[in-house]
Ligand binder design. Structure first.
Ligand code: ADP
Ligand code: MG
Length: 304
């Protein structure tokens, strides 16, 4: 059973002039159990809108969403307990202590009463917040508030954890901690879906990606397969002796040379090595970066 099935979902908003526009436009996507998925796209692409429909905060105008076979609108009480969601905006119950907040949420998500204290302690230790247990949420730093939100989302050990821009605006050490937590929860069997507009981050974390732009799903699948499909199709190399007779097809790119792959990587590598032999100083062939793939698909960059 798929942890998540998104079937032709659209969401229409009105803009400031009162005109309707589709923030999410006919997106379909299935998420397989036990994987890490990155939902990627520039700011405004529709990622949070989609996440908010999955978590039941927004109703789709069209299409349906199932979590573990249950409809998020019709069975919202049940589906909410099956997932953990860390929203993009920081929302914490400022007047309560960390422990009170977590006790309340563990009750709401059906953690048995006798397990709650131990579970809270374990999660707080995990997130390095144990010494803040009796601190009021309002007195936490931004990074600690974000960790508290993560704690709220994982207390009930959801089988699917959704994180919306978990690393936007966080410092390097917190980002590393969040990555490590994502990897560990995934290794323990939790399916992960997270959004980010940092493509390099996705390259390091995800096995599967879904690229969205202007409300459309423009590409989805295994990261490795997509990288292969868009591979740069050339070999880069350096020479010791730059006066050597060039192989046909080779062009100079700065200090490097570039050789387009015409048949396949192994054959063309062999051609190069037999032509240049010991004159080869270095040789490399790179997988296409997600930035490059996104550019090809949309004719626009992400980090601009
Ligand atoms: N409640 C809302 N009302 C009107 N427009 C909205 C609302 N929420 C989001 N939008 C618009 O929908 C588009 C997608 O936003 P969002 O899903 O937040 O994008 P992302 O998370 O990918 O950055 C944006 O143009 C945004 O301004
Ligand atoms: Mg967003």
């Amino acid at each position: 059973m798929f942890p998540l099935r998104i079937n032709n979902v659209s969401k229409i908003f009105k803009n400031s002039k009162g005109q309707e526009f589709k923030a999410v436009d006919g997106i379909s996507l299935n998420i397989e159990p036990g994987k890490i998925y990155g939902l990627l796209g520039p700011n405004g692409a529709g990622k949070s809108t989609l996440i908010n429909m999955i978590s039941g905060l927004l109703l789709p105008n069209q299409g349906g969403i199932e979590l573990f076979g249950l409809d998020v609108v019709k069975d919202s009480n049940k589906t909410k307990q099956l997932i953990g969601v860390v929203p993009q905006e920081i929302v914490v119950e400022m007047a309560f202590t960390v422990e009170e907040v977590l006790y309340y949420f563990s009750g709401m998500y059906g953690v048995p009463r006798h397990e709650r204290k131990a579970r809270i302690k374990a999660v707080l230790e995990d997130l390095d917040l144990a010494d803040k247990m009796h601190e009021r949420a309002r007195n936490l730093s931004g990074g600690m508030k974000r960790r508290l939100m993560v704690a709220k989302a994982i207390l009930h050990r959801p089988k699917l954890l959704i994180l919306d821009e978990p690393t936007a605006g966080v410092d390097v050490s917190l980002r590393q901690r969040i990555w490590a937590l994502i990897r560990r929860l995934n290794a323990e069997g939790t399916t992960i879906l997270f959004t980010t507009h940092y493509l390099e981050e996705a390259e390091q974390l995800c096995e599967y990606i879904a690229l969205v732009d202007h409300g459309h799903l423009i590409k989805s699948g295994k990261l490795k397969d997509i990288q292969q499909e868009f591979s740069k199709n050339s070999i880069h190399f350096e020479l010791f002796d730059r006066t050597a007779a060039p192989l046909t097809g080779v062009s100079e790119v700065g200090v490097e040379y570039e050789y387009p792959i015409t048949s396949d990587l192994a054959t063309d590598m062999a051609k190069l090595t037999s032509h240049y032999n010991h004159n080869l100083k270095s040789i490399r062939s790179e997988a296409a970066s997600l930035e490059h793939i996104f550019l090809k698909l949309t004719n626009s960059g992400l980090s601009s």
